[in-house]
Design a protein. Sequence first.
Length: 204
Amino acid sequence: MEFPSKAIEEAVNELAGLPGIGRKTALRLALHILKQREEEAEQLGHAIINLRKNVKYCTRCHNLSDNDLCNICTNPRRNEKILCVVEDMKDVIALESTHQFTGLYHILGGLINPLQGIGPSMLNVESMLGRVRDEGVEEVIFAFSANIEGDTTTFYLQKKLAPMKVRMSSIARGVPVGTDLEFTDEITLARSLINRTPLGNVGE
């Protein structure tokens, strides 16, 4: 692809590095930015820089936040006795959109996947166990996508939590097998939370 300007080529190369953005889409975006007023383009640039510099991870649940603790963790109306464990922050956004869950979250930062070399030590497992142990959590809900990685992670965490005698459950299988939570509609997600399935301790 030949470019009439090095600046356009540089912009296209950077935009094409984003997930799901091909070079043709990147070119359309670059040309769209060129057509904007200069102050609008500057606002976009400022927002991206601000995003990278100022967004941090919640020290408690690992969600994205502007402060050390996220808005969910600091909300006094949330039920601290119930902890919903999810893969990443996109799942928190999906579950929050249902308006059915009033507890707290814990983001693992991924799922156990031996084929890709992702083991428990690479995830936020120890901090989750610490929260269950130290914060008086009474129920842990596993809200993972319905796939092999989700089931493997659930089984592993069940074993780790078993000595703590905490109640465990998993969102109901209203979520289609092989579907990521972020792509599941709000009604199905809400029903999955309400009708979550109790899980016994592994080995019982």
